[in-house]
Design a protein around this ligand. Structure first.
Ligand SMILES: [Fe+2]
Length: 444
């Protein structure tokens, strides 16, 4: 949904006004985080005004923001926030204006619950950052819940700064009801405390169209079209970029947008890569450049040739732009490459001597971490990770034999990125809570 609402902010009224509390049936959830703004969204069972009360102390929600009119699907932007600052907030009209919303206790209705988030730091500054990465989560089954719960155990009180959805976020057709079951009913705690940045998958595209930016994916998520979160303006929510601290994230639409070398997405990508000054570049999209899991990237017809297009057309541009990580899903496995560059053909053309930049396993407790120069430059190598098993692994045996990969696993799980300055650590945790892969990239 485009952020076109007229946004208003005013001090709370001094007079006491009693509101009938609507029931919050979705969210609240956080979108389009910038160092100075946050979009808060939620859904109520009845049409109501859209109000967020907020402040920097839990018991002093002194400010409010609202959108014009009444609706059941609320989109309110909080602006003029301080970077890297925790804000407490509650959605919906407070019971008595001027009185803080009720505290965060189990008996409080969701709409009165006081939640909190931390705004991103100023772009370019360095801050320890945790990113949760979920590919193909949208099954709404017990595997998805187990993957979630083991991440929650892993992260504990650390908190998640932001999270990525790599597409197929809601099976099987990406309907609104499927988004409710697979996203909003599964991750309520993370949704209300950490901004989520989604890519579109083929199943989500069953209810959405990128060309017109219409349908459920575009209705449910508020994404940057104007470069307002960092990076070049894309003019569309189908693909976009944003910054968090010293990391530049690029989300491509591998399913429903022109993937040709002359297309608008390609022109935007080149401009965006040329402009960014961040230390790290993380690209994410749905269709993997390489996989031998539940899909085969050697097939020109598998998934309509989208894997081939992303590998042949987009990967050279990403590598020329200095990408560090390429994250994809679609194949319901975990596959993690060596530090590679320049392989755009089928697996039989892979030549380790030419395409593997560093032959170590990337582990401090193994044969050594990956090391890249301090200054970003073309073709220094990236790690490609297919992490498309946050909702299910393959029920059948799969080949898992693509030679670009250091490790291939047919296991459900999710991935975690921790960036601290010039060190990036990556971890894959399976649905049994086991740390099944890890690697580190250091820039020096
Ligand atoms: Fe898919």
């Amino acid at each position: 949904m485009k952020l076109t609402h007229v946004l208003l902010a005013a001090p709370l009224l001094a007079s006491a006004i009693l509101f009938a509390a609507p029931t919050v049936i979705r969210g609240p959830y956080l979108q389009l985080a910038t160092p100075t703004s946050m979009v808060v969204r939620w859904r109520t069972d009845t049409t109501e005004t859209s109000v967020v009360t907020y402040g920097t102390a839990r018991n002093e929600l002194k400010s409010n923001a609202k959108s014009a009119g009444t609706t059941a699907d609320h989109v309110v932007q909080l602006s003029k926030l301080q970077p890297n600052t925790r804000y407490y907030y509650a959605v919906g009209p407070v019971p008595f204006a001027g009185t803080p919303a009720r505290d965060d206790d189990d008996d409080a209705p969701a709409g009165a619950r006081v939640n909190s988030f931390v705004t991103p730091p100023e772009a370019g500054t360095s801050k320890p950052t945790r990113v949760w990465v979920l590919g193909d989560p949208g099954t709404a089954n017990n595997v998805q819940r187990a993957v979630r719960d083991h991440y929650y155990t892993f992260t504990g009180t650390r908190g998640t700064d932001l999270w990525l959805l790599l597409g197929d976020n809601a099976y099987p057709h990406g309907t609104d009801a499927e988004h409710q079951r697979a996203i909003f009913d599964i991750y309520p705690e993370t949704l209300r405390s950490s901004p989520v940045w989604p890519a579109m998958g083929n199943h989500d595209a069953g209810s959405a169209t990128s060309l017109t930016q219409s349908g459920v994916f575009f209705d449910v998520f508020t994404l940057p079209t104007m470069g307002q979160a960092g990076g070049m303006m894309s003019g569309t929510e189908a693909y976009y970029a944003f910054d968090y601290a010293n990391i530049h994230f690029i989300c491509l639409d591998s399913h429903d947008t022109d993937r040709s070398e002359t297309g608008a997405m390609m022109q935007w990508l080149k401009a965006d890569l040329a402009a960014t000054k961040r230390d790290w570049i993380v690209a994410f999209f749905h269709h993997p450049t390489y996989t031998k899991g539940t899909h085969n990237s050697d097939s020109d017809t598998d998934s309509g040739g989208r894997m081939k297009d992303m590998r042949q057309n987009f990967l050279p541009v990403l590598e020329a732009g200095g990408v560090d990580l390429v994250l994809t899903g679609h194949s319901h496995v975990y596959e993690r490459s060596f530090l590679i560059d320049g392989h755009y053909g089928k697996s039989e053309t892979f030549n380790a001597a030419a395409h593997v930049k560093q032959k170590v396993d990337g582990r401090a407790d193994g044969t050594g971490v990956y090391r890249k120069p301090r200054t970003r430059a073309p073709h220094l190598g990236e790690i490609s990770v297919v992490t498309g098993s946050a909702g299910h692994a393959s029920a059948k045996p799969v080949p898992l034999n693509h030679p670009v990969f250091f490790l291939s696993l047919n296991e459900a799980g999710s991935s975690v990125i921790d960036v601290d300055g010039l060190k990036l650590e990556f971890t894959f945790i399976n649905d049994k809570g086991e740390k099944r892969d890890w690697f580190t990239i250091v820039k020096e």
